[in-house]
Design a protein around this ligand. Structure first.
Ligand SMILES: NC(=O)c1ccc[n+]([C@@H]2O[C@H](COP(=O)([O-])OP(=O)(O)OC[C@H]3O[C@@H](n4cnc5c(N)ncnc54)[C@H](O)[C@@H]3O)[C@@H](O)[C@H]2O)c1
Length: 327
């Protein structure tokens, strides 16, 4: 039986991943410092006898050493996520997204030196593409960041360093690694508190509105259901062909943010209004919005046969039902 460790296991994606790994029969340890996640997300997993929760940080090397001593797979999802957290805590964001990844990789290397092979998944982000002007982003595209004075780009740059570190440990020490560049993920348990558009819109519509759309609302995104993303991660980790690779993970069904807001109004509360506010009224001037963020997922599809199962309407119905139950 495999022992799988999830960092950021009490977070949105991590908690769904924990349930999927338990369902396939793994022993699962979820590690989380509860900076944005909560053990409440793990109530279903916690009922399982193969599950263990550890409160702590990935930056705690002693703790990571104890966990890697018995791990077969590590899913590194812990990160400081989202534009609003980045604006408030840029140091924590950088430390978490760079130093923590280095600690994990070094401890996995130590285990490998003792003949123990641990497979490593790094949850990267579409943010590594920066403001790439291409209509669809492919894994071998150039990374296009703005200047360092614009703190916004530090998040994508930190994730890119995480990717470089992962690939460097693979090249120099032969570690078995997979990198998933995750695009916008949505679903039950996602909080709107840190700026993510879809849960924020659903919460606003349920509360009677208004839904706040930044700038002209013509920014384009693709929203993947968390169950699809978890399935993609498991397919990648189970595939020998995917080892050592970098993969876009997400939906390739684009929608403008204003159209998303209109869909949420129609589905959740037709009385709710939509208001426009400039991005820089909401965020500091060194934050910059991204106009278009659409993945080319052909590499993922061709390598592991992945197709998304959930469309946007189904996702919206599920998220609003879940939020409704919460209120
Ligand atoms: N949700 C998305 O749309 C999206 C998009 C792109 C990439 N990602 C990536 O997927 C991963 C998971 O994202 P999420 O949406 O589940 O976010 P989340 O904030 O719900 O989960 C992150 C979890 O990591 C924990 N954490 C943060 N720092 C930690 C540390 N040092 N030690 C232990 N735990 C720590 C937080 O408490 C939280 O539970 C992240 O790496 C994120 O960058 C997510």
């Amino acid at each position: 039986m495999k022992h799988s460790v999830i960092t950021g296991g009490a977070g949105f994606i991590g908690s769904h991943l924990a349930e999927a790994l338990l369902a396939r029969g793994d022993h699962v340890t979820a590690l989380d410092d509860e900076s944005t996640g909560t053990p409440d997300n793990l109530s279903a997993a916690a009922a399982h006898f193969n599950f263990r929760y550890v409160k702590g940080s990935v930056t705690d090397r002693e703790l990571i050493r104890r966990l890697t001593a018995t791990a077969d797979e590590i899913y590194h999802l812990a990160a400081t996520v989202g534009v609003s957290l980045l604006a408030e805590h840029p140091v924590q964001t950088l430390e978490n997204n760079v130093a923590a990844t280095g600690v994990l990789l070094e401890e996995i290397r130590r285990e490998q030196a003792r003949e123990r092979r641990i497979k490593f998944f790094f949850a990267s982000s579409h943010e590594v593409y920066g403001k790439n002007p291409r209509p669809e982003w492919s894994e071998d595209d150039d990374l296009c960041f703005g200047p360092t004075e614009m703190m916004r780009w530090s998040y994508g740059a930190a994730k890119a360093i995480g990717e470089f570190l992962t690939l460097a440990y693979r090249r120099e020490h032969g570690l078995p690694t997979v990198i998933g560049r995750i695009f916008n993920v949505v679903g039950p348990r996602q909080s709107g508190a840190f700026g993510t558009a879809l849960p924020r819109f659903v919460e606003a519509a349920l509360a009677g509105g208004p839904l706040i759309v930044h700038d002209d609302g013509l920014q384009v995104r693709c929203f993947a259901h968390v169950a699809d993303v978890v399935r993609a991660i498991l397919l990648l980790m189970d595939s020998d062909r995917a080892e050592g690779g970098v993969f876009n993970v997400g939906s390739d069904e684009p929608i403008a943010i204003l159209d998303l807001a209109k869909k949420v109004v129609a589905l959740v509360n037709p009385q709710a209004t939509i208001q426009f506010r400039s991005f820089n009224e909401v965020y500091p001037p060194d934050m910059e919005d991204c106009r278009r963020c659409v993945p080319d997922i052909s590499r993922l599809r061709n390598t592991v046969g992945y197709f998304p199962r959930y469309g946007l309407d189904e996702i919206l119905r599920e998220v609003s039902a879940w939020k409704h139950g919460q209120i």
